[in-house]
Design a protein around this ligand. Structure first.
Ligand code: ADP
Length: 518
């Protein structure tokens, strides 16, 4: 990589825009490159010393005073070549030398004599000086351009937290840029090796990275690895490496790769996920508040059954000839009812639980059935008898049960509220599931007022609501839950009202017929 830098005398240039916030830029016109790639003081002193020795040698070897201008320019070009002179200084030296050459020519009576030999000598020297200057300036310009490109390349690597690397399949040693060394936190002058990379890799990800290098050994066309680094002080970094082959080389394949430090975006992603989980929990608890009457009714039913079975049991026992068969049946009913009551409290507890999402193989139909038992009384109180058509028997989805219940409850409560303004005999709610293109689909269709076309695109946006006391977070949370499940959610207007759908990919086929069909 780059190990030298243009010194103060390098061309002046201005850096604007996105570079202006960088620590190495003052925001004003600068005479220094943005990234200081400086010679070490000892190297600098050596370069000066070498330049002076060569300059003295040129002066000593100058035979006559007439050669002095050419010698001076040679020295200037030499100093420029070793980066100690700027373009402006070389132009000034060159003009000075040409003036000196002309003065010497005139001083020696060149104008009066005007003989062929001395005049051609003069013009030859002059054109020689001009040619040397032009060639030197051109070389200097190309060199500076190259240096600037290297500086921008290096700067952009720092800005984007991306380093580059190049390696040959099956070889232990490889090359990388300074930024790659910074990401892996190795000294920039140490030659990297595969073992060094593995030494920094998080123990749990070593096999993953090793598999990446094995892929390179097999000459695979694209290698992509996302893994963690474990720094000596215990810090964890997240990196994303990609590499693609360049050209074969004696049975080996050269790869060019990039390594990006994605720690910041990974942490932001995790923080967002945590915030979404908390928000979903708050919204779930709010929905439970709305369902309080429904839940109380659901628990009351088995409790009432327990009471009546208990009373019956007492009566059977109070008879002169206790009917033990009837007693046993009553006790059986008590057990069933108390199990039902405790199942309802378990579901409510699960919904109010604050825990990280846990995806498991689930049946969409089972989740819908369980959710309906929680909202049944809510539907009754809105004078709605639901039509339930559950046909998604195709397979299991990978889902967090509680989160999906939350989505379904949200869609059902919205549908109930949408139909509040509709006469009771026209209210209808259909909950349907089916399998299509390897996805389990759910539809909640109502006979409400529908959704105006200008509202449709905003439905799933946070804080969008048309209700007076609405918060507008319900559908937005539904969307983030469905996104988390790698599914899709959408709404449409149907002939009688509106329909809300979500589709989730089927992960496991749970019926043999289905397995052979896909
Ligand atoms: P909120 O219920 O607090 O308004 P939501 O995100 O659940 O928040 O809903 C956003 C908006 O979507 C509602 O205000 C309403 O305008 C519209 N909406 C949701 N469900 C329906 C539905 N079934 N029919 C008509 N409009 C609906």
């Amino acid at each position: 990589m780059i190990d030298s830098k243009p010194e103060k005398a390098a061309d002046e240039y201005t850096l604007k825009g996105s570079f202006s916030h960088l620590p190495f830029h003052s925001g004003q016109r600068t005479t220094r490159p943005v990234i200081a790639i400086s010679l070490k003081p000892l190297e600098n002193a050596l370069v000066w010393l070498m330049g002076l020795i060569v300059a003295c040698g040129i002066i000593i070897n100058t035979e006559s005073r007439a050669d002095l201008p050419t010698a001076t320019l040679c020295i200037a070009v030499l100093l420029m070549a070793i980066n100690l002179f700027s373009l402006t200084a070389v132009i000034l030296v060159s003009l000075f030398c040409m003036l000196m050459l002309t003065a010497l020519f005139l001083y020696h009576g060149g104008l009066e004599r005007w003989d062929w030999a001395s005049t051609t000598d003069f013009f030859r020297d002059l054109s020689l000086l001009a040619a040397i200057t032009l060639l030197a300036l051109r070389g200097k310009k190309i060199c500076d351009e190259l240096r600037h490109r290297v500086i921008y390349f290096s700067g952009s690597q720092q800005l984007s937290q991306t380093g580059c690397l190049g390696f040959r399949s099956g070889c232990e040693e490889f090359g990388w840029s300074e930024q790659s060394a910074r990401i892996f936190e190795y000294p920039v002058d140490v030659k990297p090796t595969v073992s060094m990379v593995l030494a920094r890799t998080h123990p749990a990800d070593v096999a993953l990275v090793q598999a990446g290098f094995d892929k390179a050994a097999r000459h695979e066309p694209l290698i992509e690895i996302r893994h963690r680094l474990l720094m000596p002080d215990g810090r964890i970094k997240h990196v994303h490496m990609t590499a693609t082959p360049l050209s074969p080389h004696f049975g080996h394949l050269d790869y060019l790769g990039a390594v990006r430090d994605v720690t910041a975006s990974k942490l932001a992603e995790e923080a967002l996920c945590r915030a979404q989980t908390q928000l979903a929990h708050v919204s779930r608890v709010t929905s439970l508040g709305e369902l309080a009457a429904s839940i109380a009714h659901e628990v009351n039913q088995p409790l009432a059954a327990i009471t009546s079975s208990g009373e019956a049991c007492r009566n059977w026992l109070a008879r002169p000839q206790p009917d033990l068969d009837e007693v046993s049946q009553s006790i059986e009913r008590i057990i069933i009812s108390s199990n039902r009551a405790s199942e309802i409290t378990r579901r409510v507890k699960a919904l109010s639980r604050k825990s990280d999402p846990l995806r498991q193989n689930e049946s969409l139909n089972d989740i819908v059935g369980e959710t309906l038992s929680l909202v049944r009384y809510e539907l009754v109180s809105h004078k709605i008898t639901p039509i339930v058509e559950l046909a998604a028997f195709g397979g299991l989805i990978s889902a967090d049960r509680v989160q999906l219940q939350q989505v379904i409850i949200n869609l059902i409560i919205n549908a109930c509220q949408a139909m509040d303004a509709v006469p009771p005999n026209e209210r209808s709610l259909t909950i349907r599931t089916w399998v299509q293109d390897n996805e389990a689909v759910l539809e909640v269709a109502d006979h409400g007022p529908g959704i105006p076309s200008d509202v449709l695109p905003h439905l799933f946006m946070p804080f969008f609501t048309t209700k007076e006391s609405g918060l507008g977070m319900g559908l937005s949370i539904c969307r983030s839950i469905i996104d988390f499940h790698e599914g899709r959610i959408w709404a449409s207007v149907n002939a009688q009202g509106s329909s809300f759908f979500f589709a989730l990919p089927i992960r496991v086929a749970n019926d043999p017929g289905y397995a052979s069909a896909i």
